[in-house]
Ligand binder design. Structure first.
Ligand SMILES: CC(C)(COP(=O)(O)OP(=O)(O)OC[C@H]1O[C@@H](n2cnc3c(N)ncnc32)[C@H](O)[C@@H]1OP(=O)(O)O)[C@@H](O)C(=O)NCCC(=O)NCCS
Length: 401
């Protein structure tokens, strides 16, 4: 038997992110409007590490949602499917089976059935309590907070969190029954035929950790602004609403964020810098002094910013206040940041010396000496350079606001 050529199989390999079309369908006319389609950023959590779907030619996977209830339509179209009889027994991936496992609460593959439910969208009202509202380009947006999970919300949330797989690397699903979760939902609100019509824009989840002895330490866990709404400052509005909600709560010690993405880090830096720059400790001349517990306390008391993030904000705002033509001032700045970057290494070295004292130096391999001093300095310099670049981007952005 002649082995079939690699390129013959190659025709049956589709990059999953290209193949999957995501869309919100508010009205019948949206169903065939390709201009509103968006694609996943990540597909490895659904289709595997290689991020491909095997066995189809010219594959299109339609995963359409209504913007209120999140009713789901799945449509799979292709120009050809691999035939195991002709292709060494190779079978096409079971796309519908894979997606069906994810879309809890059901879906339809019938377009008419999906479209028939559209009139119900006008009846959708957000779960929870209205927290804040704002207008942007003549459109109304509303942010709702959910503290108590009702059965209706649990099922709605299970449809919503599927989106995390497409847009957050290494995302995981929540145990919604744990009452320490809070949800902040952002909607666009239109008036249609005299009735409000809500479309999901994004959401954020937060877990209330305990902080000794009598406080809580909310940690932002997941945040998503849907691609059609990204980079229009909705994420900033949502985070700001969360801050406004938590800052006034006396039992909140500070706010942390779990594994933020680069985009979220950038957004948070901007907002935290905007807030902290109003405090004297973050303005010249005081900003040129060392970062102390008093600096951290000032930011925590006023904005509930935690110490680690506060130090970052301090370094950004101090860089902005530093005259980089003033050799002494700039050098002092670099030393401050590099000392902070070097602190974990110094601590590791000290711990190792202590350990050697008790165990005897022959028993231990000194990991910290694996890197020569020159190598360590080079690594430190590299880390510093990257950080200064990131800080500079925030400074430039702040100047435009
Ligand atoms: C990260 C995310 C929440 C940001 O929301 P957003 O509404 O797009 O952000 P904003 O428009 O409020 O951003 C405000 C500023 O933050 C910075 N910023 C935001 N996203 C950025 C990104 N991806 N890269 C670089 N800078 C970014 C920019 O300075 C931006 O201002 P600009 O657009 O005028 O330049 C959103 O893009 C998203 O959901 N991404 C996918 C999922 C994700 O990463 N979630 C966070 C997991 S913790």
């Amino acid at each position: 038997m002649i082995m079939q050529s690699y390129s013959e199989f190659e025709d049956f390999v589709c990059p999953a992110a290209n193949a999957v079309d995501l869309k919100f369908v508010s009205h019948e006319k949206d169903f065939d409007d390709n201009s509103t389609v968006f694609h996943p950023d990540y597909t490895h959590q659904v289709f595997g590490e290689n991020e491909v779907i095997f066995g189809y030619k010219k594959l299109q996977v339609k995963l359409y949602y209504t913007p209120g209830h999140l009713n789901t339509f799945i449509g799979i179209n292709y120009a050809g499917k691999i035939d195991p009889k002709k292709h060494e027994g190779l079978k096409a991936d079971g796309i519908l089976e894979t997606l069906a496992e994810l879309v809890e609460g059901g879906f339809t593959t019938n377009q008419d059935e999906f479209l028939a439910k559209l009139p119900d969208e006008a009846k959708f009202h957000p779960y929870g309590e209205l927290l804040e509202a704002y207008r942007k380009d003549d459109v109304q947006y509303e942010i709702y907070k959910i503290e108590t999970v009702t059965p209706g919300f649990a099922s709605y949330h299970s449809r919503l969190q599927v989106f995390l797989l497409w847009f957050v690397d290494a995302s995981s699903f929540l145990d919604i029954d744990d009452d320490k979760w809070n949800f902040y939902m952002l909607y666009e609100k239109h008036i249609e035929n005299g009735q409000p019509f809500y479309s999901i824009v994004g959401y954020l989840t937060l877990y209330n950790y305990y902080a000794y002895p009598d406080k809580i330490r909310p940690r932002i866990s997941q945040a998503l602004i849907f691609p059609p709404y990204q980079r229009q400052h909705h994420g900033t509005k949502l985070l700001n609403a969360v801050y406004n909600d938590l800052i006034v709560q006396k039992d909140v010690y500070d706010i942390t964020v779990e594994d933020p993405s680069d985009g979220f880090v950038a957004l948070r830096d901007m907002l935290d810098c905007q807030n902290c720059q109003t405090l004297p400790k973050f303005q010249p001349p005081m900003i040129h002094q060392a970062f102390t517990n008093a600096t951290a306390t000032a930011a925590r008391e006023k904005f509930k910013i935690n110490k680690k993030q506060c130090q970052r904000v301090y370094e950004i705002l101090r860089l902005r206040a530093t005259d980089r033509n003033n050799t002494e001032q700039y050098k002092n700045y670099r030393l401050t940041v590099k000392n902070r970057l070097n602190a974990p290494f110094q601590k590791e070295k000290k711990d190792l010396e202590k350990l050697k004292h008790f165990v005897g130096s022959n028993e231990l391999t000194d990991v910290s000496t694996k890197l020569s001093n020159e190598e360590r300095m080079a690594k430190l310099q590299e880390a510093y350079k990257q950080l200064e670049q990131d800080y500079q981007a925030v400074i430039e952005k702040l100047a435009t606001l």
